[in-house]
Design a protein around this ligand. Structure first.
Ligand SMILES: [Zn+2]
Length: 54
């Protein structure tokens, strides 16, 4: 179970570019008008900023 050092070769997550956060447009109304951007956790890497290796 002991997880020692991981390889340094880490892939950056694409959508968030390694930041772990992603900005998504905030849309309101039925016409989905974009009123701004909201920063949220990247669902691709779950906030780690590293591309998931599956
Ligand atoms: Zn990500």
């Amino acid at each position: 179970m002991a997880t020692s050092k991981r390889p340094a070769a880490k892939k950056k997550c694409g959508p968030c570019r390694g930041t772990g956060e992603i900005s998504r447009p905030v849309q309101v109304g039925r016409k989905r008008r974009t009123v701004g951007h909201q920063t949220g956790m990247c669902l691709k890497c779950f906030g780690t900023g590293q591309a998931a290796t599956t």
